[in-house]
Design a binder for this molecule. Structure first.
Ligand code: ITT
Length: 188
């Protein structure tokens, strides 16, 4: 059985990745290493550089990955984007709904960028889930902005749908699946 390591401080992200990778027969262990994040408006760059920092200092074993994710709201020109963790901690779901008051175009995307270290080099995989921002906070599953994000094709938030559904369609699932495909194709 393949064994990977996920560097993250967020236990929800870890649990989702564990459930998703299990379906592909891959085991994942969580490791907590303080990560230095660069300032950039691209989650791919943030993920790549965070992992590069650790790799250059030999702080990560081979077959490890980390992920940078964020919610990009079209009407807010991509905000909170790379600042999602900070914005969630400060103004939260309610604060986003306030900013969206009276705005009709509620289109948003959740994006995930995974940086993976194969022992030699770093590879980046991405996943996107299109959707929109709801009118109120709804649902009790999940974490972060789950209660205000309605994925395309559904009329319920990630937090109402729960992980069974979310883990099949989410930005994180898509990025992880593209990593799994590369691992299976043995491209490294
Ligand atoms: P690590 O960097 O240590 O992995 P983090 O919580 O800082 O943990 P991110 O920077 O990737 O992780 O995520 C930014 C924030 O975006 C996260 O704290 C959540 O508030 C939000 N977020 C990311 N993915 C989400 C998801 O699937 N559902 C809801 N909110 C999410």
């Amino acid at each position: 059985m393949m064994h990977l390591r996920f560097i993250t401080s967020n236990k929800h992200k870890f649990e989702e990745a564990r459930d998703i990778l299990k379906r592909y027969g891959i085991r994942v262990e969580r490791i907590s290493i303080p990560v230095v994040e660069i300032q950039s408006n691209s989650i791919e760059e943030v993920a790549y550089n965070s992992l590069r920092y650790l790799v250059e200092r030999r702080l990560v074993p081979s077959m490890s990955f980390l992920e940078d994710a964020g919610l990009f709201i079209k009407a807010l020109k991509g905000f909170p984007g790379v600042y999602s963790a900070y914005v969630y901690r400060t103004i939260g779901c309610e604060g986003i709904l306030k900013l969206m008051e009276g705005i009709e175009d509620r289109y948003a995307e959740f994006k995930s960028a995974i940086a993976f270290y194969d022992g030699k080099s770093i590879h980046v995989f991405t996943g996107v889930c299109r959707g929109c921002i709801g009118l109120e906070v709804k649902g009790s599953f999940g974490f972060g902005f789950d209660p205000i994000f309605i994925p395309e094709g559904f009329n319920k938030t990630y937090a109402e749908l729960g992980n069974n559904v979310k883990n099949k369609i989410s930005h994180r699932a898509r990025a992880l699946i593209s990593m799994v495909k590369a691992l299976r194709a043995n491209i490294f």
